[in-house]
Design a protein. Structure first.
Lengths: 339, 206
């Protein structure tokens, strides 16, 4: 009988419509887990948990989820420092929906040890190039992640880059508000940050910035001559004026973001009305304001739990305060329902 | 919503309470098992019915000769009853001849003299299958002479008198004056010869 119950592998499983999923975001500071249900189009948060971080590059160890967080399928997202995310343009012949992997690797400028995938954003008319949202991640990291789910529930249903997965959560939370606007989404984490420009809810530019809370702590520790723990404490309570240190870290990266903003505005003939920030870095006081000042744009806060029904006692007050850290996990689950 | 899924289809696997193969095997095996179980039940029922049939057949084999004997005896009884009915009918259909003759004798006046009287009974059928077949049909005739001034009237009066008698009226449905004529010659003045015929309708009489 055990042999009969053995799990199967097959090519046609991706078309399955899920009603319940666990969204898992393997981030630098922790593993964020949300269990969600889709009841006739209504999203329900049934459980949420924060597990210890998984170190990438190590041995694949089976992930033990709490019993109340387990479902048959999981939508995975992870923060990949080596990942490449880009909006690429290329001619797409005939009725094709995808580019060959070799062409994608060429466009993303990655080698064969990267796994690549892309999604058609806009098909070009005539001789115009088509636009693709593309991502590349190291193969060994994918193998490690899949190795955490060798058999039994949950079975991986999808794998995304966290810096893109959070967009689904934003569209669910604020899609209606931004449907006629051009906005910038800024997801800032521990080690990397991502930005996504949306015009009328269509992705027009994505990018990754190699900075996060870790870099700010390091800079602060250097400037103040304190250890990393104390620097983290100063960052969170702002007992000392650290504006100059923060500005020196933020400025070069936000300058790149400003350039991207100007580029989008010129290319799309629009004006970026608002910058929506999310991610663990935004939990630090006044970071959002400083980002707004540097970008000369209004900054908006949002929560991935908006437009989601939360089951009784599924969300503790402590978790609710850290809602923004779960954007990618929620986004991965929502994406899984909508696939 | 654009979504870059880095998972390959070959890396996706089915996960549920049981595997798809198991579900498929269950879907195939369950009807077969169900059919087998139902067939088994039917076979058992058939065996039980067969056993019951054998028992019934042995009981029947024992009872059948007795039943045949009973039927035979019953048939004899029916025949006997029919014969008795025939006898009863025959007995009932016999006319009371003596009483009839007494009635004739009482009805004849002094001026009428009977020269001939015939009384005859015959069965309507030669085969007596039913009591009705034993009904006897009677024929009655009487010849005579009437001698008086009112000889013809006396004959007619005799007919009426006879028809008024109980036995005569019960045995015959009609009493016709078949002939009435004066006797010729001087010697026969005031003398008339007559014939009365009594008949029973078809199926009539007792």
């Amino acid at each position: 009988m055990k042999a009969l119950i053995k799990k199967e592998r097959g090519p046609s499983r991706s078309q399955k419509k899920f009603t319940e999923l666990v969204g898992i975001d393997f981030a630098t500071t922790g593993t964020k887990v949300v269990r969600m249900r889709n009841h006739k189009g209504k999203l329900i948060l049934a459980g949420i948990d924060l597990l210890p971080a998984i170190e990438l590059g190590g041995e694949a160890v089976r992930l033990q989820l709490p019993r109340n967080m387990s479902t048959y399928y999981a939508s995975l997202a992870y923060t990949a420092p080596a990942a490449v995310v880009r909006l690429v343009n290329a001619p797409l012949p005939g009725e094709d929906e995808a580019l060959p992997e070799s062409r994608l690797r060429e466009l993303l400028n990655v080698t064969d040890d990267f796994r690549v995938s892309a999604q058609l954003i806009k098909r070009g008319k005539g001789r115009q190039d088509s636009s693709f949202l593309a991502a590349a991640v190291p193969q060994n990291e994918v193998r490690q992640l899949l190795g955490m789910f060798p058999s039994g529930p949950p079975a991986p249903a999808s794998l995304e880059v966290s810096g893109l997965a959070f967009v689904a959560a934003f569209l669910n939370a604020r899609g209606d508000e931004c449907k006629d606007q051009a906005v910038c989404l800024f997801e800032a984490g521990e080690s990397v940050s991502h930005f996504v420009f949306l015009n009328n809810l269509s992705i027009v530019l994505v990018g990754k910035l190699p900075f996060g809370a870790r870099m700010m702590r390091k800079k602060l520790a250097e400037d103040l001559g304190v250890d990393d723990e104390l620097a983290a404490s100063i960052l969170s309570d702002r007992s000392i004026n650290i504006s100059s240190s923060l500005a020196s870290v933020l400025a070069p990266h936000l300058k790149q973001l400003t350039i991207s903003k100007d580029f989008v505005e010129r290319l799309q003939g629009c004006r970026i009305s608002k910058v929506y920030v999310s991610g663990g870095l935004c939990l630090l006081p006044s970071i959002s304001e400083e980002v707004g000042q540097m970008l000369h744009a209004e900054v908006g806060q949002w929560s991935p739990f908006e437009n989601i029904v939360i089951e009784n006692e599924a969300l503790s007050p402590e978790m609710e305060k850290q809602a923004t850290r779960f954007s990618a996990a929620i986004g991965a689950a929502i994406g899984g329902f909508q696939e | 919503m654009p979504r870059v899924n880095l998972l390959r289809k070959s890396e996706q696997r089915h996960q549920g309470l049981v595997s798809r193969r198991f579900s498929m095997i269950i879907a195939v095996v369950t009807p077969i098992l169900l059919i087998a179980v139902l067939s088994g039940i039917k076979v058992m029922q058939y065996s039980a019915v067969q056993s019951e049939l054998k028992t019934s057949q042995s009981i029947w084999a024992e009872l059948e000769p007795k039943l045949e004997l009973y039927k035979e005896e019953n048939r004899g009884l029916v025949t006997n009853r029919k014969v008795l009915d025939l006898f009863g009918q025959w007995k009932a259909s016999r006319g009371a001849v003596l009483r009839l003759l007494d009635e004739v004798q009482d009805a004849v006046p002094a001026n009428i003299q009977l020269t001939r009287l015939s009384y005859r009974g015959e069965f309507q059928s030669a085969i007596y299958a039913a009591p009705e077949d034993l009904a006897i049909r009677y024929a009655f005739s009487v010849d005579g002479i009437s001698q008086s001034e009112r000889a013809e009237s006396d004959v007619i009066g005799l007919r009426k008198e006879l028809l008024g008698q109980n036995q005569m009226s019960s045995m015959f449905t009609s009493l016709k004056l078949a002939s009435l004529r004066k006797r010729g010659g001087g010697v026969g003045a005031g003398v008339s010869e007559f014939r009365l015929v009594g008949e029973t309708d078809e199926g009539g009489g007792q």
